[in-house]
Design a protein. Sequence first.
Lengths: 113, 111
Amino acid sequence: DAGVIQSPRHEVTEMGQEVTLRCKPISGHDYLFWYRQTMMRGLELLIYFNNNVPIDDSGMPEDRFSAKMPNASFSTLKIQPSEPRDSAVYFCASNLQGYTEAFFGQGTRLTVV
Amino acid sequence: AQRVTQPEKLLSVFKGAPVELKCNYSYSGSPELFWYVQYSRQRLQLLLRHISRESIKGFTADLNKGETSFHLKKPFAQEEDSAMYYCALRGSGGSNYKLTFGKGTLLTVNP
């Protein structure tokens, strides 16, 4: 398995535009997490899914953020409209229940200008 | 609610010196505690977990339930240890699989 795959690796967009970040978890993993990483706030959990169902979205900062997991092998995080303060690195991670380690993707570095 | 606190944003030591990265947590049940590491331009990866009581790359961490701490220690730091270190907590039981991280500590080991 190639591990958790995120795309794109880098995204630069203008304020007000819609941004979609994508994640492919490790095959067979039943948990998927979205995190945002900034210097000021560290690694914040935005939302996590279990068997494609959102379990806790209390970390989603605003209604501008939404996440979906239409199937076990794909998830998206959408920001609409984007703002400069959304600039950060967004990580996706997956986990298999009963196993300790969460595996992270390489991250998407988002810059909103 | 679960919370992880890493009081030091930055930590700088010289090669060969001991290093301790602090982590305190808040959780009402019995948590699982982890240390994750992120080397420059690489993805986060698990360093160690409290249930294993193992030593990885010379690092150890002991869970102190009385002080609600899980500090990461290494007796002799190496330059290749320079990285961002995150302490993480996962709740126990049922569907509580939420993995919460602290804000991280950037460790720099100087030659």
